[in-house]
Design a protein around this ligand. Structure first.
Ligand code: PMP
Length: 310
């Protein structure tokens, strides 16, 4: 024994109130939810994931998330051992078992248990993990006052190396960029692609407003095709605000009137500084406020209802 202390104290709550985690078809108490050290998800970051929100007892855009999950898996030559319908059912059951009306779901598909070599074909069955919990990515104050951003020196990798559309378990590129942002005293960072065009943030997509029009980088700039991004493009259409995809450099952010980020965990959040330079008035702007309000309205009814049993 090395005398290491266990990180999490035992859960004192009665068993029926404890967090339940889905692993390979079973709902387990958090303490019992464990996977093998030989899982290639751990050994190589070989696997895919999704982060999904529950709002008011509804899972926001579950089908879009499941579609992206199965496409990520297909892209890395991994066959998820259950159908998309079965995954949907397992997700709903996990949320219901944890009695969550609002929260965050993490779907994780690992390559599975194999030997100590890269070969994924020696892993007979991918592992399925579903966690339903809560999340608060940024302090409430940041939603009022806006985030401060830096430009990360770490670039998004070229799609020739790995498609940014694969939401893989290897987020080290984003983690390195996030470290830069945090060490600079910021909450998020802008990531450029190899050519120096704005791709996205470490875990969010980016939008700017200029002269009443909204712009966002095209997916071909190297960002993830975000589901919140898509929802916001739809909202802008309904609000009658023109939204155009445009290759952008830092110049477009420095000279913007407003800027906001979108992501499942972040939702829609204003950004008011980049590299210590003030964006627009330095305060969240009116178009951003309109989008935030419309997004909060949308999530009230746009989602798959969870059949609660408790
Ligand atoms: N970019 C990256 C790198 C992300 O990890 C995420 C969060 N999944 C996003 C953008 C936002 O995508 P979504 O709105 O689908 O959460």
């Amino acid at each position: 024994m090395l005398g290491l202390k266990s990180g999490t104290p035992p859960d004192a709550r009665p068993r029926y109130l404890r967090m339940k985690i889905h692993i390979d078809g079973q709902l387990l108490d958090k303490e019992d939810a464990k996977i093998s050290v030989f899982d290639h998800g751990l050994l190589y970051g070989d696997g895919v994931f999704e982060g999904i929100r529950i709002y008011h007892g509804r899972i926001f855009r579950l089908n879009a998330h499941l579609k992206r999950l199965y496409e990520s898996a297909r892209s890395i030559c991994m066959e998820i051992p259950i159908s998309i319908e079965e995954m949907e059912k397992a997700t709903l059951e996990t949320v219901a078992a944890n009695n969550l009306q609002d929260g965050y779901i993490r779907l994780v598909i690992t390559r599975g248990v194999g030997s100590l070599g890269l070969n994924p074909f020696q892993c007979p069955r991918p592992g399925i993990i579903i966690i339903a919990s809560t999340i608060s990515l940024y302090p409430a104050e940041r939603y009022e006052k806006g985030l401060n951003l830096i430009t990360c020196a770490t670039r998004r990798p070229t799609p020739a190396a790995l498609s940014p559309q694969v939401k893989s378990l290897n987020y080290l590129n984003n983690v390195m960029a996030k470290i830069e942002a945090i060490q600079a005293g910021c909450e998020e960072g802008i990531m450029l692609n190899e050519q120096g065009y704005v791709a996205e943030c470490t875990g969010d997509n980016v939008f700017v407003i200029k002269d009443g029009q909204v712009y966002t980088p095209p997916i071909s700039a190297g960002g993830l095709d975000g589901i919140t991004r898509q929802a916001v493009i739809e909202i802008l259409g309904q609000l009658g605000i023109r939204c155009t995809e445009k290759m952008m450099t830092r110049h477009d952010l420095f000279t913007a009137d407003e800027c906001f980020l979108t992501g499942t965990a972040a939702e829609v959040i204003p950004a008011v500084q980049l590299d210590r330079r003030v964006i627009g008035s330095g305060k969240p702007g009116p178009v951003t406020a309109q989008v935030v309000a419309a997004f909060h309205e949308l999530v009230k009814h746009d989602g798959t209802p969870v059949p609660y049993t408790a």
